[in-house]
Design a protein around this ligand. Structure first.
Ligand code: NAP
Ligand code: HSE
Length: 430
């Protein structure tokens, strides 16, 4: 078997997928267990400059070249918007193709119907990238959380608005300038009004609500307020009172009723959700069995979205092979990979030294570090006292090889100038 993929759209998401698809083709084929290739890509304009270099023969402006081609097994719809995306998806399913889509509008409005149609045609529809970009979220709801009664979801699920709010809060940027940045970075929807008025977050909440609360909620029925009316004064007052402002999507079950709403919300600054910055997303889910779990990661952008789309493509291809070719995917082990010896690991170090309070001690410590090629990032010495207590020197190093750090620790411990070197600790960067 050789899988062929047709791609609809070559914008931020489509081009990101095509680029990774070509670059990682061999690894993807190995994951699946048979060859796979990108066969055709639908665009509107063949002459438009693209973010990825594809052979001209791969591009087409005729949707039928993909939707009706019997050799194409999987169609990735990355056009965005309701139409013609919905019509194309239905046509592809009827032509026995499996579907992968990052299009939250289509899934929020027509997800259950699309899945019913696919079931009739024995096809798969995957939409991992539609919520949370690269965060594995839909699969987690479908599989890992499935035994839970979900009580509540509180989520930052629009990267563009979170980016804008972060820039307005921390850099004092005006709304328009922050939005322009988000557009340049490829986070915003083709029509960015959908981001800033909360529509995109409402689509995503509708998708999550179906999975979490088994409710079919029309996105237009979800209560929604956007961020366009927020002013610098709101950020200043919120900050003064210990809050951050976040566009939250909230779903909460109360018996058989489910509240669903999207609006700017004041969140205590020390809360995890308040510390989600830039285009990052976070989804906090409270299940009756798991308690609270949090999914966090990049919610927008070409590469995170490509990650989710490729995962869906691989999943479908493995499933097809399992069903029709009695092929069970194995765990891929690359024999050329080796475990790195601990002595070769690199890490920054925290060293607390109890030193004799006399001239030359600091110089000795500095020389010992220099001899082992360990560089100091910061150093603090407690003000010396007259009560005979040892001086205390605390050093944080730049990342250094474990063998070098151990050489330093050994030499310091062996020296009479130092009374003790209590347990050193490794330091991880943020
Ligand atoms: P985009 O940059 O505007 O790209 C859309 C692409 O589809 C463009 O190449 C466009 O052609 C093509 N297209 C649109 N209508 C078409 C038609 N009728 N016939 C042929 N081609 C058509 O949008 P995007 O950011 O890639 O978003 C695509 C989808 O992914 C949306 O559903 C979005 O919500 C979703 N998504 C986006 C992100 C993100 O970070 N951007 C993340 C997750 C999910 P032209 O190039 O000729 O205009
Ligand atoms: N426009 C969307 C966002 C893209 O900013 O989150 C990812 O779905």
């Amino acid at each position: 078997m050789h899988f062929k993929v047709g791609l609809l759209g070559l914008g931020t998401v489509g081009a990101g997928l095509a680029e990774v698809f070509l670059r990682k083709n061999e690894t993807i084929a190995e994951q699946i267990g048979c060859p796979i290739s990108l066969a055709k890509v639908l665009v509107r304009d063949l002459d438009k400059p693209r973010l990825v270099d594809l052979p001209p023969s791969m591009l087409t402006t005729r949707p039928e070249d993909i939707l009706d081609d019997p050799d194409i097994h999987i169609v990735v719809e990355a056009l965005g918007g309701e139409e013609p995306a919905y019509t194309y998806i239905q046509r592809a399913i009827r032509n026995r193709k499996h579907i992968v889509t990052p299009n939250k509008e289509v899934i929020a409005k027509h997800g259950p119907d699309i899945l019913d149609l696919a079931r009739r045609y024995n096809g798969d529809v995957h939409y991992e990238a539609s919520v949370g970009g690269g965060i594995p979220l839909i699969a987690a709801f479908k599989q890992d959380l499935v035994a839970n009664d979900i009580r509540q979801i509180r989520a930052i699920i629009n990267g563009t608005t979170n980016y804008i709010l972060t820039r307005m809060d921390t850099a004092g940027l005006p709304f328009d300038a922050a939005l322009r940045e988000a557009q340049e970075l490829g986070y915003a929807e083709p029509d960015p009004r959908n981001d800033v008025d909360g529509t995109d977050a409402a689509y995503k909440l509708a998708i999550l609500a179906a999975l979490a609360f088994q409710i079919r909620a029309a996105p237009e029925d979800i209560y929604r307020e956007g961020i366009t009316e927020l002013t610098p004064a709101d950020f200043a007052y919120a900050r003064a009172m210990g809050y951050a402002i976040k566009l939250l999507a909230i779903g909460r079950r109360q018996g058989n009723a489910v509240e669903l709403r999207v609006h700017p919300t004041l969140v205590p600054r020390e809360a995890l959700l308040a510390r989600v910055e830039g285009a990052f997303n976070a989804v906090e889910v409270e299940g009756d069995l798991t308690g609270k779990v949090v999914f966090y990661g990049r919610g927008a952008g070409a590469r995170p979205t490509a990650s989710a789309l490729l995962a869906d493509i691989i999943d479908i291809a493995q499933d097809v092979l399992r069903r029709y070719a009695e092929h069970t995917p194995r765990l891929l082990i690359d024999p050329s990979r080796r475990r790195l010896a601990m002595a070769d690991v690199e890490s920054a170090y925290y060293l607390r030294l109890m030193a004799v309070d006399e001239p030359g001690v600091l110089a000795f410590v500095a020389q010992t570090l220099a001899d082992a090629e360990v560089s100091v990032a910061s150093i603090v010495q407690r003000i010396a006292t007259t009560d005979g207590r040892p001086a205390e020197i605390v050093i944080v190093t730049h990342p250094t090889r474990e063998s070098h750090a151990q050489r330093v620790i050994e030499r310091l411990r062996a020296s009479a100038k130092l009374l003790a070197v209590p347990r050193p600790m490794r330091v991880e960067a943020e």
